[in-house]
Design a protein around this ligand. Structure first.
Ligand code: FES
Length: 125
């Protein structure tokens, strides 16, 4: 009931725009809705992003290295935990088809999942 003590604060937080920034692609920050999957945000803005299994959590080609997040991110999903335990997801990497976002974040597309027809700036991802 804390929000009842500060309704303007609560309203401002709920309405606050969240964004996704892809640091190694020349794009503006992407507007996102709270509760969207990261992959859906990227694709909705017309940006090609590898997702070989179609977002079913079966391939890890949609991984993203998260470099910044404003508030906490949700914990790994069961699918992400499985790949993390198998060594297919490194620290700070998340599956964009599994990650539901509620906060602004920045990411780098790892080298191994970069698409050949896009120009990525150099980052040691
Ligand atoms: S698209 Fe295959 S795991 Fe995300």
């Amino acid at each position: 009931m804390l929000w009842l003590n500060c309704l303007p604060c609560f309203t401002a937080k709920v309405k606050k725009l969240i964004t996704v920034t892809i640091e190694n692609l020349d794009t503006k920050p992407l507007e996102a809705k709270r509760g969207e999957k990261l992959l859906d945000v990227i694709l909705r803005h017309g940006i090609d992003y590898m997702h070989a299994c179609g977002g079913k959590g079966r391939c890890t080609t949609c991984k993203a290295k998260i470099t910044f997040f404003e508030d906490e991110l949700p914990a790994d999903t069961e699918v992400e935990l499985k790949y993390r335990e198998a060594g297919r997801l490194k620290t700070h990497e998340r599956l964009s088809c599994q990650l539901t976002i509620f906060t602004s974040l920045s990411l780098i597309v790892p080298k191994e999942t970069q698409l050949p027809h896009l120009s990525y700036t150099s980052y040691n991802a």
